[in-house]
Design a protein around this ligand. Structure first.
Ligand SMILES: [Zn+2]
Length: 369
């Protein structure tokens, strides 16, 4: 892009310019050459080459003119050449700058055209999350009991041994404490020990302390036990505790409530049966079994070919528990239950590993939108 017809690497003498009057046409020709170059510089890369060709500090045309024409010029030529160069320079600089501005404006316009929002295009669909299956199961159980007039109550996950054990009729050295291997918090000596609750039952005690009967509550929440993780165990899992206390609650109402829960959750054809059991805070106590919702009771892998599935423990509230909360055990009766939410979800949806709930693998979670 440097000048093609006029050599600026030669001296004026070599170009045959000897008289001041010859300088003017020479510079006029140079200027036409420059204007043609400017016209050709249409995009950024071309403009840079154009600028360097004319204004480059060493090899640019103007620098070469100073070096090769002006400096060695004889005195009689120097003035005319210097003047012509002084007229050419501002023109070159102004045009180079003008081309830059024009190219930049063009680029901006093109970018604006590219970025213009086309409202007729379909939107970008972003995947959204969904509620975790455990959360869905909590909500389903809550819905069942809200329809029966129960209230949902929550309580602390960090408890004192009093609320987790003693007030539930599990004194120190009671063997039932061994079955709930407990996480204790490291605290300085002299401070009341604290633990991660092993069941949601302590909230029963809080609730009865806070309100007079009648009480009809369910307590959803996390519980913690020192179990080694495997397909059916986790050191953290989920429970829903239920408690009903009033002046005339019978075993019949207890049984009816349990059957209602099971048929609402697993399906209308599922039957329940109660087996005698033992819990320190209920008397009598029962294990609630349901007829297998998979095989209908004829036997399959889910029910280990027994036709029945063990669901949860329950019972009539042991009168000793009322003593801890200043309830009148002679006047009141009630029932309580504690069910495993993870187990309920696993049974209903055929999930064979509790760890799947905690691994947050979207391939698993997506199956329960
Ligand atoms: Zn079965």
């Amino acid at each position: 892009m440097t000048t093609k017809t006029i050599s600026v690497t030669q001296t004026l003498a070599q170009l045959g310019v000897t008289r001041p009057t010859q300088a003017s046409p020479l510079f006029a020709a140079l200027r036409r050459e420059f204007d043609r170059d400017a016209e050709a510089a249409r995009e950024e890369a071309g403009w840079k080459a154009f600028r360097d060709a004319w204004l480059g500090r060493k090899s640019g045309v103007l620098a070469q003119i100073t070096e090769n024409w002006l400096k060695p010029a004889p005195p009689e030529l120097k003035r005319a050449v210097g003047q012509a160069l002084n007229e050419l320079r501002p023109h070159v600089e102004a045009v180079v700058e003008a081309r830059r501005a024009a190219i930049e404006a063009g680029a901006e316009q093109a970018a604006a055209a590219r970025e213009r929002v086309d409202l007729s295009l379909p939107g970008v669909e972003r995947p959204i999350g969904s509620r975790h299956l455990i959360r869905q199961t909590f909500e389903e159980i809550e819905r069942i009991f809200l329809a029966l007039g129960y209230t949902v109550v929550e309580g602390p996950e960090i408890e004192t041994p009093y609320y987790n054990f003693e007030a539930l009729n599990i004194p120190e050295h009671h063997p039932a404490r061994d079955t709930m291997d407990t996480f204790y918090l490291h605290l300085p000596p002299g401070i009341t020990p604290r633990l991660l609750r092993t069941h949601t039952s302590p909230v029963q005690v809080h609730a009865m302390e806070a309100q007079k009967p009648p009480v009809r509550i369910i307590v959803p929440g996390k519980v913690y036990r020192r179990d080694n993780p495997d397909a059916t165990h986790s050191f953290m899992f989920h429970q829903v505790e239920g408690l009903a206390v009033d002046t005339d609650i019978t075993f019949c109402e207890f049984k009816g409530t349990v059957e209602y829960l099971v048929t609402q959750f697993f399906g209308p054809t599922v039957k329940t049966r109660l087996r005698p059991s033992y819990f320190p805070f209920t008397e009598p106590s029962a294990e609630v079994d349901a007829s297998c919702h998979v095989c209908g009771g004829s036997g399959c892998r889910t029910c280990k070919f027994s036709g029945w599935i063990e669901l949860f423990g329950a019972g009539m509230v042991d009168p000793a528990v009322y003593g801890f909360v200043n309830y009148d055990a002679k006047r009141l009766s009630g029932f309580a239950f504690g069910l495993g939410v993870d187990r309920f979800a696993m049974l209903k949806y055929g999930i064979n590993d509790i760890q799947l709930f905690f691994q947050n693998d979207v391939r698993f979670l997506r199956q329960f939108p």
